[in-house]
Write a protein that binds this ligand. Structure first.
Ligand SMILES: Nc1ncnc2c1ncn2[C@@H]1O[C@H](COP(=O)(O)OP(=O)(O)OP(=O)(O)O)[C@@H](O)[C@H]1O
Ligand SMILES: Nc1ncnc2c1ncn2[C@@H]1O[C@H](COP(=O)(O)OP(=O)(O)OP(=O)(O)O)[C@@H](O)[C@H]1O
Lengths: 228, 228
């Protein structure tokens, strides 16, 4: 099992630490604010009050033996860069750092952070994509120019079989799967319950309430969508 | 084309406004900080200095005629809740609000926000999922208990064809597609270039550098993964 250390327990760090621990991972949580450490200690393997800039303290916690160390210190740009460099030096393989600006992100990549997260920017981009595709419920980029998308079928497809529609010949699109029941958000398990999903054959008949999971060229997907 | 208004131009709001405008949407950007408005005016359709709590000012901008209004005012919890209520009252269909805590998120949902975003929490959960699946490069939840995942093939698959491996019979898994070239991050277009993707038939031979896109029951995926 992978061993994680999370340095800095603001919103991002604490949610990450809890989420990893909840899924059964071993998590060391570190913050120099005692209250932050107290708030999380029952949800993680080990919670320690320490200054993440204190190399001796980190080595005393065997930081170099962790598979993945996350640095999420908020506004402390210099601190996070220095700590990322130190972690790289002592051989930590996965160094995840939360950035607070583009320049910060670039500097972190330069000093060896393996994954730089800028939640406000990253979520803004994902959301812009989904807001702009009103009947593409979920947009998953696959290959430059190609995508796997979910979409409601254009009305001219209702009641027709896949064999009749000949989407591959007419549009170069492949229907990978069809959701025959509406997705819904389960607030308890915090998962998307996507209803029923089936892999259709040529005789499968498309209905109005179905959601198609289609793969193909972006241009072809757009052409198909314009039939709506 | 959908018309968007973004109230509050911090990191999230400004990235969202730019991202939407870049993709061709009509975007009105609003902030009461003149510098924030000046910084963005060349990247959006219209940028206005105004107090988002000023209902007259919003109505003068025809806020009720926008398809989607985003509220991202940072620490101003009360303000965002009041504005969300007002937007609902004047009939805006999509009200997206950035939350800064769980309680804030809940309150916003109660007053009618249609999409509540809490970037630090939402990204932390997504990242926790991907950190915990070391050879599942991308984990997309599909149906309760089922998933579409990307994974490196277990070594016993190398050099064998899909027909020989009989994954559907032995594991109940369907190989939807195979990446035959490594994904890489294009810093300019900011897209994942996923290399080449093909939809395999039974004669397709799996190689060590391939990435399989597999669909099936979570338990079966885990069984298959344990072969590694
Ligand atoms: N040198 C340090 N050593 C250990 N912890 C630190 C150090 N400097 C800051 N911290 C902690 O890092 C955390 C940073 O949280 P803060 O909310 O400021 O930022 P963040 O994590 O970027 O924000 P968010 O809450 O949006 O995730 C705080 O809990 C703070 O106590
Ligand atoms: N009443 C208001 N009317 C218009 N703009 C406001 C109002 N109150 C705050 N703002 C603006 O909202 C923006 C909030 O940005 P801030 O960085 O504080 O938070 P945020 O958007 O949550 O954070 P992030 O930068 O992490 O996205 C600021 O640019 C601020 O000027």
């Amino acid at each position: 099992m992978k061993r994680f250390a999370v340095l800095g327990l603001g919103n991002f760090g604490s949610h990450l630490a809890r989420s990893l621990a909840q899924k059964g991972a071993e998590v060391l949580a570190v913050d120099n604010d005692e209250q932050a450490v107290l708030n999380i200690k029952d949800s993680v393997t080990q919670a320690v009050v320490a200054n993440a800039l204190d190399k001796k303290a980190l080595l005393a916690l065997d930081i170099d033996k962790f598979d993945c160390v996350t640095v999420s210190l908020g506004e402390k740009v210099d601190a996070s860069i220095l700590i990322a460099m130190f972690l790289k030096k002592v051989g930590v393989e996965e160094i995840l750092v939360k950035a607070i600006s583009e320049d910060h992100a670039e500097a972190l990549q330069n000093v060896g952070a393996t994954l730089v997260v800028f939640p406000e920017r990253d979520m803004a981009h994902k959301i812009a994509d989904s807001l702009l595709t009103p009947n593409l419920i979920d947009f998953i980029p696959v290959t430059e120019g190609q995508s796997i998308v979910e979409m409601k079928p254009p009305s001219e497809c209702f009641g027709k079989t896949l064999a009749e529609l000949m989407l591959r010949n007419r549009f170069g699109l492949q229907v990978l799967a069809v959701r025959t029941e509406e997705p819904s958000w389960d607030t308890i398990s915090r998962r998307m319950k996507s209803g029923a999903l089936i892999v259709p054959d040529g005789n499968f008949r498309i209905e109005e309430n179905h959601v198609l999971i289609i793969m193909g060229d972006n241009k072809n997907i757009e052409k198909f969508r314009k039939l709506t």
